[in-house]
Design a protein around this ligand. Structure first.
Ligand code: ATP
Ligand code: MG
Length: 514
């Protein structure tokens, strides 16, 4: 009986066949909008316009006006004529999926872009997904390791968590996503490149992702010159592909670059359909789309979809509408700072403004405590930075700040990381532990002369503080390690790199008290 013919694939194929052909006719074309009499479609359905030259132009129904269907083409409209037939193609709202997608680059239609063979499908997934019951979601308890020290230690992320990466243009959002995509501990990475620059795609695939990252990734790509509905569709294709792998039991990392450009595409569609523009011209359908996309990531019974979504912060205004709306939906945000990027501090994560809302569920009490101390040290330095730069701070007046100043090069070295290197979680946590102990003063490494681990490397942290090194042993000197520091100020505040006298003696004498 084991040889019995399996009818499953045939039945699945029959399911996908549309027995009735609904057609209409083009009656008007205005800009990006095609108006037609029929066919019978619902909003979001896909249609196909047959030109007299034999070309088929795929379009998506976006609304109705005076009894006519309004649709937006997903392809160039060359050759479109009045009266051309429009066919409803509801099966277009699905994407074919299968294990063969791994390692491939596909477009917004789910077709290969990488000149490889056609993708062998084992099924089709709905782009809209299946509306889930919120109670079916599992708690997020397992960490997802990204390989980025600053994230894994201070902003740990759980499997199924959704995190936004916010930053102005060119501060390193895509580069950070690339590093995370290459080194993370998920089984599969699905990368949606929505509305990004055409030239960036190849660079991302070859440099950021690399061959090892590509092997376990699926890249869905609709660059900025593609029609708006195709850019939006590509986002839903990425979601459907992620859901397919999740249903196979995999832990999936979904990376979307960028949500802002997705919102811009939806704004284009909304405005063409005649929606009223609101803040920054964004239409109501944009704010309806965002939760529909962002809420599809999460931790489920079978597998998980962890989401990293980049948000371009227009004019560095973190209160702009998309930024605000996305921040409200997600479970954490990583803020990238232009100031840090300008100082060559990469990844330019502004730790003090970034939050991972599930840290208490994911990190151990020890990690949380160490993270709290590091944050406190960074905050103490930030609050007193002007005084330190001016040389007005008197060492010894605030022991916590003294430790923060002394350890600043080591802290910065810990937070900085070359985008090609990966830091194993054990190393990240051991360095965090060492730094926290030094801040406490329980390890003599807080004293001057203890060498820090080389910048950006992925070598192991010293498990115990190494022997004394001369004053020059500190990395790079304070001026280099504290970007923008005023050398005059540093000489007074005795930052790291300059040996401080024993703790009771003020490191710097107040002016006039020599
Ligand atoms: N980790 C890093 N190390 C060194 N340089 C970096 C790093 N991250 C970013 N950069 C520099 O910043 C530039 C812009 O980075 P990236 O393209 O990632 O920014 P972006 O925020 O995605 O920009 P956009 O908003 O235009 O998409 C890079 O070309 C590179 O020069
Ligand atoms: Mg980018």
């Amino acid at each position: 009986m084991s040889d019995a013919l399996s009818l499953e694939p045939y039945l699945a194929a029959v399911e996908r066949i549309e027995p009735v052909r609904w057609t209409g006719q083009v009656t008007e074309v205005t800009g990006l909008l095609v108006e037609s009499r029929g066919p019978s479609v619902a909003i979001g359905d896909f249609c196909e316009i047959q030109t007299s030259a034999g070309r088929r132009i795929r379009a998506q129904a976006i609304g109705f006006r005076n009894g006519r269907v309004l649709s937006m083409p997903l392809e160039e409209t060359d050759g479109l004529q009045l009266g051309d037939p429009v066919c409803a193609r509801s099966q277009e709202a699905r994407v074919e999926v299968g294990p063969g997608l791994l390692g491939r680059v596909i477009d917004g239609f789910g077709k290969p872009l990488d000149s490889g063979p056609p993708i062998e499908a084992t099924g089709a997934y709905s782009l809209a997904g299946v509306a889930g019951n919120p109670l079916d979601r599992e708690h997020i308890t397992q960490p997802l390791v990204t390989g980025i020290r600053a994230v894994d230690s201070l902003l740990p992320c759980g499997k199924g968590q959704r995190i936004g990466i916010f930053g102005g243009s060119g501060v390193g959002k895509s580069t950070l996503l690339g590093s995370m995509s290459r080194h993370n501990s998920a089984d599969v990475t699905v990368i949606g490149m929505i509305g990004e620059r055409n030239r960036e795609v190849r660079g991302f695939l070859e440099k950021e992702l690399g061959p090892e990252g590509r092997r376990r990734s699926v890249v869905v790509c609709a660059t900025s010159e593609r029609p708006a509905p195709l850019r939006v569709r590509a986002c839903f294709v990425a979601l459907a592909v992620a859901e397919y792998f999740r249903d196979q039991g995999a832990s999936v990392l979904l990376v979307m670059d960028s949500v802002t450009r997705l919102a811009m595409a939806q704004r284009e569609i909304g405005l063409a359909a005649g929606e009223p523009p609101s803040q920054k011209g964004y239409t109501p359908s944009v704010f309806n789309l965002l939760p529909r996309v962002l809420e599809r990531a999460g931790n489920f019974k079978k597998g998980s979809i962890t989401g990293f979504f980049t948000v371009l912060v227009d004019g560095d205004d973190f209160n702009e509408p998309i930024c605000d709306a996305v921040r409200g939906i997600l479970d954490g945000h990583i803020i990238l700072s232009r100031q840090l990027a300008g100082q060559g501090h990469y990844p330019a994560i502004d730790i003090l403004h970034s939050v991972s809302r599930l840290v208490s569920a994911i990190a151990s009490p020890e990690q949380k405590e160490a993270g709290r101390k590091l944050r406190a040290a960074l905050a103490a330095y930030r609050d007193a930075e002007d005084l330190i730069q001016l040389g007005a701070y008197v060492a010894g007046s605030n022991p916590a700040l003294d430790a923060s100043i002394r350890l600043r090069p080591e802290l910065l070295d810990f937070l900085r990381q070359d985008h090609m290197t990966h830091c194993p979680i054990d190393e990240t946590l051991s360095r965090l532990r060492v730094l926290s102990a030094k801040l406490d003063g329980s390890v003599p490494g807080g004293a001057p002369g203890v060498p820090a681990v080389a910048s950006g490397g992925s070598r192991s942290a010293p498990s115990a503080p190494a022997g004394p090194v001369g004053p020059g042993g500190s990395p790079g000197g304070a001026a280099a390690a504290t970007p923008g520091a005023n050398p005059a100020g540093t000489s007074r505040a005795a930052p790291a790199g300059i040996p401080a006298p024993p703790s009771r003696t003020p490191a710097v004498r107040p002016p006039g008290k020599t």
